[in-house]
Design a protein around this ligand. Structure first.
Ligand code: PMP
Length: 396
């Protein structure tokens, strides 16, 4: 009875792994979750109370599909500070940025349309594209992001969409260099290819200056940029946003209306009050400081325990480090042996699309992702120590 597109909708291997290892006996570097001890529970309780007391009827009423107008305006101002030309009409408030990715894919993709991805890329976006029956081309990356010399040939194949995560990419932690952003923006605009930029981790920058969004670097009527409050307030509030040209925002809002009518009136007001009362900046600072310290501990631990036996990225922000084992080593095998010792991570194959043409097997067998924010500092040291031991045993 299920529609054909459901054939490609499956449970993610990561979600299954995270579920089975959430019980607490594991040191988990596998999850994609922020650290809940940093969620501003008391502030949110106080603000929710105030919103219900002062604006309770409206906060419990249906609202506009585009979003709560004051929040759209606030987000537009924030996006201008990131370099995007933005008025409230450029902004759609979504149920997390995952919904923005899904709406953009649903609006743009027909079955068999080509989507250009970074190799590797964000799993839940690939799942969204899968549900619209996309086929994939992947762009190789190095420490500076997409290797743009591979771009012209792929763009000549007339893909529909190019999906990029230029800041602290999930899963690799890589940040794309400015001149490459420029090349991607101009290449997509010239080729008439839609651009989908996922900037979920924008504010979690530990060092260096923020770089402009790819969407700000060339005029493209089909550019879509997504962001979220999940990493700077809390993911459970489910408030994210999409930036696009106003005509496209209207089209996405029509789709959103079909999906869920609108994002929660109460949560949008709570997020808005959190921002205008000046709580966002200190919350971001708290996340950044805690995550930077843990990144440093994980990098030191990797040096101590895996030095010479593997390579890894040095992220300037975000939540993830990407480890590459020598050619021929299998991260899946390492995971099985690490799990027996109580440590889990996600093998890199999961982050590659399933049907890259001419590549029936997924790429990235010798790679894996480490989340450096969800385990405590001692657990990071212990867990990486175990990974080092297991890695060495395997090569003996
Ligand atoms: N994009 C990326 C790269 C992510 O890692 C996540 C969260 N795992 C999302 C989007 C979606 O997050 P949310 O829907 O909570 O905004």
């Amino acid at each position: 009875m299920l529609a054909r597109r459901m054939g490609r909708v499956t449970a993610s291997a990561i979600m299954e792994l995270i579920k089975t290892t959430a019980a607490g006996e594991y040191i988990s570097f596998a999850s994609g979750l922020p650290d809940p001890s940093l969620y501003p529970v008391d502030l949110l309780r106080e603000i929710t109370d105030a919103v219900l007391a002062e604006d309770g009827r409206a906060a419990l009423q249906y609202g506009a599909a585009e979003g709560y107008p004051p929040l759209r305006e606030w987000v537009a101002g924030m996006l201008r500070s990131r370099g995007l030309e933005a008025t409230p009409e450029h902004v759609l408030i979504t149920h997390g940025s995952q919904q923005g990715l899904d709406l953009a894919a649903r609006a743009l993709l027909d079955p068999e349309d080509r989507v250009v991805l970074e190799g590797p890329s964000y799993l839940a976006a690939i799942q969204a594209f899968d549900s619209y029956q996309a086929v994939y081309r992947t762009l190789p990356m190095d420490a500076g992001g997409i290797r743009v010399e591979a771009l012209p040939a792929l763009l000549r194949e007339r893909p529909k969409l190019l999906y990029t995560l230029p800041n602290f990419q999930n899963p690799t932690g890589i940040t794309m260099a400015l001149e490459r952003r420029q090349a991607v923006a101009e290449g997509a605009a010239r080729a008439g290819v839609a651009l989908l930029e996922d900037d979920a981790y924008h504010d979690l920058r530990f060092e260096g200056d923020a770089l402009p969004p790819v969407c700000a670097l060339a005029a493209n009527p089909w550019a879509v940029y997504t962001g979220t409050f999940s990493k700077t307030i809390a993911p459970g509030v489910r408030v994210g946003y999409v930036w696009a040209q106003p005509e496209l925002v209207q089209r996405l809002a029509q789709l959103k209306q079909i999906t869920d009518l609108h994002t929660g009136s109460l949560t949008q007001r709570v997020v808005f009050q959190f921002c205008v009362r000046g709580y966002l900046e200190p919350a971001i600072r708290r996340f950044r400081e805690a995550y930077r310290a843990r990144r440093d501990i994980m990098l030191q631990s990797l040096e101590t325990h895996l030095g010479g036996a593997a390579r890894w990225t040095v992220p300037q922000g975000g939540m993830f480090i990407w480890v590459t084992l020598p050619e021929g080593r299998d991260a899946g095998d390492l995971l099985r042996r690490a799990m027996a010792r109580g440590v889990v991570f996600v093998p890199g194959e999961s982050f590659h699309p399933p049907n890259g043409e001419g590549a029936p097997a997924r790429a990235g067998k010798n790679t894996f992702r480490l989340n450096f924010v969800s385990a405590g500092e001692d657990a990071i040291r212990t867990g990486v120590g175990i990974l080092g031991e297991v890695l060495r045993e395997g090569s003996a």
